[in-house]
Design a protein around this ligand. Structure first.
Ligand SMILES: Cc1cc2nc3c(=O)[nH]c(=O)nc-3n(C[C@H](O)[C@H](O)[C@H](O)COP(=O)(O)OP(=O)(O)OC[C@H]3O[C@@H](n4cnc5c(N)ncnc54)[C@H](O)[C@@H]3O)c2cc1C
Length: 381
């Protein structure tokens, strides 16, 4: 049984109020116009939310893993785009915190607190589920490295988003995932970096997702995170945290959809009564609420384990798998409860249904989570 402490409850209340009063009214426009929600990120920065995971030394408030999840859940209830922008930003700051040098921390963490967004760049056209297919290469040149390649589907990367980029590149192509990859922390103003096509997406339309092109991108050895060869390990550590974040996003979307479905079912009358009186729909609501609760508890457990420094890979994958599937299940039934009106853009459930779909794909598809979980299960017995 998880009970939030007073500090966690306070942040949850503050972010919930901000989300309901400021973020929710903008969500429809942001989706319609596929517009980066600058005002939300500015507001969250003023509240200190963008640096919630960063030590006070660098201007943050150093709160725990679960607090980050609570923030993402509250934002995703009303705007999944804003939630994922914050989630990816946390993921990148966490990587810098755990693997960065003192100089990297001193440079980038205060920027992160100020709302300058980080991006995590692993995926390439030929390397999605299989990171071993990476082609981006970093070649040593004196004290520097020269990086060439292209990343695709990168969140927090676009005309308005992305201040610093964690880029995973091959430094020893023979070794691939076994020590052949290195993580580099690169500034947006590096002349060798350019932003390519920004994707036109089905959902989370306020989050900019683009190609990142590296052309003779010269960085000094100071840009390396951890050691040469640590890149795959860093990517996997990042994904552990990122999966808990996306599971939180899924819980938030499902929670918003369940609330919308219940309200609608109480208002809408057919056959002389509110449709909430029909047992068929009550059973839908019971199933939705049960899956949502189970997903939330998995998120809480994963966050708690990570906070205590335990190996979280399997539970993070379980949380991501279950919460992503639950979000799609819940939004689908919530749309069904809205009937034909749910299919129209006048109702937020239409957007939530589209937004939920991505939670089964990014930070590793549901199938990939099953690979991770089953590997552990098979080794266990
Ligand atoms: C909106 C969005 C934002 C994203 N943001 C980022 C980001 O910020 N940074 C980043 O690096 N990446 C990002 N990604 C990339 C994302 O993580 C990948 O899309 C995802 O990992 C899947 O890779 P893929 O699209 O190449 O699919 P593929 O790997 O080609 O998979 C296609 C299908 O095959 C299945 N499959 C593949 N291998 C197996 C297997 N071994 N067993 C069973 N089934 C399998 C998959 O589950 C899927 O159903 C983003 C993607 C999207 C859509």
């Amino acid at each position: 049984m998880f009970e939030l402490n007073e500090a966690q409850k306070d942040i949850q209340d503050i972010v919930r109020q901000y989300a309901q009063e400021k973020v929710k009214p903008l969500a429809e426009t942001i989706d319609k116009e596929a517009r980066y929600p600058a005002e939300n990120i500015e507001g969250l920065t003023e509240m200190g939310v963008m640096g919630i995971n960063i030590p006070e030394l660098y201007g943050g408030s150093e709160m725990d893993e679960l607090t980050k999840c609570l923030v993402i859940i509250e934002l995703a209830k009303v705007c999944a785009s804003t939630a994922v922008i914050v989630d990816v930003h946390y993921l990148v700051s966490d990587i810098i915190l755990s693997m960065g040098t003192d100089a990297q921390k001193a440079k980038y963490l205060p920027m992160a607190v100020e709302g300058k967004l980080g991006a995590f760049c692993l995926t390439e056209p030929g390397a999605g589920s299989d990171a071993g297919g990476l082609k981006t290469k970093a070649v040593k040149d004196g004290d520097d490295y020269i990086i060439n390649g292209a990343k695709c589907f990168i969140s927090n990367c676009g005309p308005h988003e992305g201040n610093h980029f964690v880029v995973i590149a091959l430094t020893d192509p023979e070794k691939k995932t076994h020590g052949g990859m290195t993580a580099f922390l690169i500034d947006r103003d590096n002349p060798g970096l350019s932003i390519g096509k920004t994707e036109d997406k089905m959902g989370i339309r306020g989050s900019e997702v683009s190609e990142l092109i590296l052309t003779d991108c010269r960085v000094s050895s100071d840009a390396i995170l951890g050691k040469v060869g640590d890149g795959f390990k860093i990517a996997m550590i990042g994904l552990d945290g990122g999966r808990i974040g996306i599971a939180s996003q899924a819980v938030g979307i499902a929670s918003g959809a369940l609330e919308a479905a219940v309200k609608y079912a109480k208002e809408r009358e057919q056959f002389g009564k509110p449709i909430a009186a029909k047992q068929g729909l009550q059973w839908y609501l019971a199933d939705m609420a049960t899956r949502l609760e189970a997903a939330k508890l998995l998120v809480y457990e994963a966050a708690d384990l990570r906070e205590r420094g335990e190996d979280v890979t399997t539970v993070a994958a379980m949380a991501k798998l279950y919460a992503g599937e639950a979000a799609c299940y819940v939004t689908d039934l919530a749309l069904q409860i809205h009937g034909g009106y749910g299919y129209m853009k006048d109702y937020a459930i239409e957007r939530m249904y589209r937004d939920a779909r991505i939670t089964r794909i990014y930070e590793g598809t549901s199938e990939v989570q099953k690979m991770v979980i089953s590997r552990n299960v098979i080794n266990q017995y």
